[in-house]
Design a protein around this ligand. Sequence first.
Ligand code: NAD
Length: 257
Amino acid sequence: MSLKGKTAIITGSTSGIGLGIARELARAGADVVLNSFTDKDEDHALAKEIGAEFEVTARYIQADMFKADQCRALVEKAGACDILVNNAGIQHVCPIDEFPTAKWDAIIAINMSSAFHTTAVALPMMRKSGWGRIVNIASAHGLTASPYKSAYVAAKHGVVGLSKTTALETAGQGITCNAICPGYVLTPLVEEQIPDTMKKYNMDRDEVIEKVMLERQPSKEFATVEQLGGTTVFLCSDAAAQITGTTISVDGGWTAM
Ligand code: NAD
């Protein structure tokens, strides 16, 4: 499968799943645009590294996915968008009656609304070339819920709904839109939840991973960023041309239970 000549924009791709997806798309030959809200030398260096490793054009474009105009500017600045991966996301864990409004607003904006804004700008570009792939990174929490993750669960269910609508509006135009629903993947976003969970349940790190995090993941293994990258590359392949408006779970069996 070669994605040579395609330009892929991956939001929130300086770490974790986004970076894993960017690397696998580059390995498949796509030119990649990395993104985060920071503008550090390391961000640009990371793009340079990927470009050199996979012999593709790799750029870093700073844009804060919390802000509608910056989401739209990201795609405009990239100048081309054949593959759009809406991946940026944050988490906050707290009961609804104590959930800070600012955190709710940030999670809804970054995890859900950003995908609407980038898609809105990318679609005319994809329609012009008659080919496009939109891959939205939802979550097992886009299909099921957990307590204390109200904003995250609401946003991820929203992303699944947006993916279906995008698929219907692009059907028959050479464009597909799907949502990948990962279970737990050991990334900085998940690492950050470990210390608080250790305190809350009076457990050590290994117990938190086994008894809390992977409790609902029957395989008892984390999914990896490489597996999510591979799933994204598959969704960009010809074999997946009729897969649209659906979800693909990469969750070790979580949603089978
Ligand atoms: P991560 O914290 O490792 O990476 C998140 C990325 O998003 C980083 O590059 C960060 O810089 C970027 N980001 C954060 N706020 C941003 C903003 N305002 N604007 C632009 N970029 C921003 O997290 P991750 O675990 O790799 O998560 C990536 C996606 O996968 C998220 O949407 C998350 O909800 C989803 N997901 C993760 C897991 C998991 O277990 N890790 C499971 C299911 C779904």
